[in-house]
Design a protein. Structure first.
Length: 316
């Protein structure tokens, strides 16, 4: 047993050290590219021009970075998906549908309800929450600095943001699945057993505050991040959650199979990354399905629903 334990420790150390070296090399390569290939100080110069154009008005800069840019990212991405959901075109997108035969086409009445709710959550929950966030960020003193953070530091922040969001989202999400809360709060979000992108923020106001907004805002507030980092993170978070809900497993994008399965089965796959689900055993059923086999980045153009189809039903 001692020898097996020692072998396991050596293997773990080898995997960890190799992964760390590869990650460091990747970060250094990307950082070199950002610094030397993309016109040297292009991003720093662009930021200074924008900062001066806004005359250093921190509130206006904050709203631009936390409201306008993320909103454009969210509705721009979902606008493309909505065309496919409503018209069934282009077929290039719709042939990658996960739950075949669902939302084909989408129910217009349910769709408009989802859009109105999403807009309401943004206007009356997310945006007001930015007021206390603004003053918290000002207290750090470097959120509106004229000097941008390095790309390496942004990657560190991004990693921390992701971990914080995963922890907060997983446990608040499991909380609203408690029978006492589910009926009155989370059931609204689960009206869509086959979700679409805009449904990512279709939720009860309390859920949108506790489970959607706070997990994303907390990381930047802890780190005292620069407004450019916050804007990039908010935009990335909104697009990522839209992908998780979009209902299509598209080429070269993160797999939405994990969260799509949650909407289908309700009591599986509560997190984003899946790490806490693995630790708590809330992905055991998922791991026994074809959806788990399809839960990977599609690097070709053949839909995974065709290359890894569901097994035929017993009565077929």
């Amino acid at each position: 047993q001692g020898e097996k334990l020692w072998d396991a420790l050596k293997l773990s150390a080898y995997v960890f050290s190799t992964g760390l070296l590869m990650f460091t090399a990747l970060v250094n390569c990307v950082s070199w590219f950002m610094k030397n290939i993309t016109l040297g100080n292009f991003w720093q110069t662009a930021w200074l021009e924008f900062y001066n154009h806004m005359e250093g008005d921190e509130w206006s800069i904050f709203l631009f970075g936390t409201v306008l840019v993320p909103a454009l990212a969210f509705w721009g991405f979902n606008g493309i998906l909505l065309v496919a959901d409503i018209t069934g075109k282009p077929t290039f997108i719709t042939r990658y549908r996960i739950q075949l035969g669902k939302n084909d086409p989408v129910d217009r009445k349910k769709l408009w309800k989802a859009i109105y709710t999403a807009l309401g959550n943004q206007l009356f929950i997310s945006f007001p929450m930015l007021v206390p966030m603004f003053y918290i960020m000002k207290s750090w003193g470097n959120t509106f600095s004229e000097e941008l953070p390095t790309f390496q530091w942004f990657l560190v922040e991004l990693s921390i943001f992701t971990v914080v969001e995963e922890i907060l989202f997983y446990y608040t999400h499991r909380l609203v699945h408690h029978p006492v809360l589910y009926k009155y709060i989370h059931k609204k979000h689960h009206e869509w057993t086959a979700p679409i992108g805009v449904v990512s923020i279709y939720a009860h106001p309390i859920e949108h505050l506790v489970s959607n907004t706070l997990p994303v805002m907390t990381g930047p507030m802890i780190m005292g991040s620069h407004i450019v980092s916050i804007s990039a993170w908010f935009s990335l978070a909104l697009v990522t959650t839209s992908i998780s809900h979009c209902g299509y497993h598209l080429p070269f994008l993160p797999s939405p199979e994990f969260h799509d399965f949650h909407h289908l089965k309700f009591n599986q796959c509560y997190g984003v990354l899946g790490v806490l689900d693995f630790l708590h055993g809330t992905d055991r059923v998922f791991r026994q399905t074809k959806a788990f086999e399809r839960h990977k980045v599609l690097l070709g153009f053949t839909p995974l629903s065709e290359s890894i189809p569901e097994p035929p039903k017993k009565d077929e």
